[in-house]
Write a protein of this length. Structure first.
Length: 404
């Protein structure tokens, strides 16, 4: 069976796989040397490929997979698009990989088999997560049916699970919602509500059907939009060094965009609001801003809330917010102590650098889980000052920032 047909067992290209696309888009990055450095549910929160220790290369592969999802591309098309980049960056054929943590050196071969596994694993999990999200949000779906591909390549234990019908809330699905192993092509189907069913006797089901590497609840990936990025931190506070990123002091001056014009400081709160509405909303009542990782809703109440104390003079930088959200230099998921209740809460931090005549200006926008948005600005005389804000889990980075 062709790879394209393999994927079709899991994926339907008849409808845009929006949830599957979001699932991969919202993942942060994690560099790993050995595959077991990040296991099970952690894969729902961060994108990784074992033996890739360069963030730009990991990002290239993630972006190529996202493009394949959006366009419904086959593995061969994906390979055609990404292979030139892998060749250019020395990650094809015989490759020597060095662990950044231990200095351990391993010689590996990167070829069709490895790349195919990367492609199919990410595609299959993303689409199964999409199915789980659909089935568990639909109150009309009561039962799920396990479907195995009945050919010579299918594991005997998986073939014996074929046709298993159980309530969707049965504990069986916590451990057996596919994939259940490397190159597993099994899937799950909802049983029509009108169909009369007899649940499978679980005592007749085979043991050992789930490979240890896949012994986790795949369905949990449907909560990918619950702001879980920081759960994959490797230490109390990960920072840019944990992602093999250079210090901000190495940013090339020619890669910093010129700062937009500023407005004069206005003391009247309503006049400040008018400027913000003009520059951000235009003639609209609300605006959905597409960022590299999520959509942000901006409306008048949000803008009004942002200038409640009118101390930060945000109207001065009204032209800066949209570029910071749509074309940030980096996005970090992190925890910050809330000033109101003292609890540590998760949020996204968007950062973008602008070039002024004398100093550079750093724009920092914080997006909270409740959708509230705050932004502030700092004059930067030394680019290294930016590094203290580059912490948490890296969700996005501008590969061109450090330039060539």
């Amino acid at each position: 069976m062709s790879v394209a047909k393999d994927v079709e067992h899991i994926v339907s290209f008849k409808l845009p796989p929006k949830e599957a696309i979001k699932y991969i888009e919202k993942k942060g990055y994690k560099l790993t040397f050995n595959y077991d450095e990040m296991m099970h549910e952690a894969h729902h929160k961060a994108f990784t490929v074992a033996k890739i220790t360069r963030l730009d290369l990991l990002s290239d592969i993630k972006e190529a997979i996202q493009e394949a999802q959006k366009k419904g591309l086959s593995y061969q098309s994906f390979k055609k698009s990404i292979k030139p980049t892998l060749l250019k960056k020395g990650w094809w054929g015989d490759v020597e990989v060095v662990s950044p943590k231990t200095g351990e050196v391993k010689n590996i071969f990167v070829g069709d088999r490895r790349l195919k596994n990367i492609f199919l694993t990410n595609m299959r999990v993303a689409y199964q997560v999409q199915k789980a999200k659909k089935y568990y949000e639909d109150e009309n779906v009561k039962y799920l049916k396990y479907i195995a591909v009945l050919d010579k390549r299918t594991r005997d234990s998986h073939a014996k699970l074929n046709g298993t019908i159980l309530p969707k809330d049965d504990e069986f699905w916590a451990s057996h919602f596919p994939p259940n192993g490397w190159n597993c092509r099994c899937r799950v189907r909802a049983v029509p509500a009108h169909k009369k069913v007899t649940p499978t006797n679980k005592s007749n089901l085979p043991e050992g059907a789930v490979h240890p590497d896949w012994d986790y609840d795949v369905r949990e990936g449907r909560f990918f939009d619950k702001f879980s990025g920081t759960d994959v931190e490797t230490k109390a506070t990960a920072n840019y060094e944990d992602f093999n990123l250079p210090s901000a002091s190495e940013i090339k001056s020619q890669n910093i965009p010129p700062a937009p014009p500023r407005y004069e400081t206005i003391k009247d709160r309503e006049e400040s609001l008018k400027i913000l509405k003009k520059e951000i909303l235009g003639d609209k009542k609300e605006l959905i801003v597409k960022t590299p990782i999520t959509e942000v809703l901006i409306d008048e109440p949000l803008l009004r809330h942002s200038i409640e104390d009118n101390k930060d003079n945000r109207e001065v930088y009204a032209k800066y917010l949209l570029p910071t959200l749509t074309k940030p230099d980096e996005i970090w998921a992190h925890r910050s102590k809330d000033k109101n209740d003292g609890y540590f809460k998760k949020r996204y931090r968007f950062i973008k650098l602008f070039k002024e005549k004398k100093d550079n200006l750093l724009a920092v926008s914080e997006l909270k889980r409740d959708g509230s948005l705050f932004w502030t600005f700092f004059k930067i005389s030394n680019l290294k000052q930016i590094d203290k804000r580059r912490e948490g889990v890296l969700m996005f980075f501008n590969k061109k920032l450090f330039g060539e």
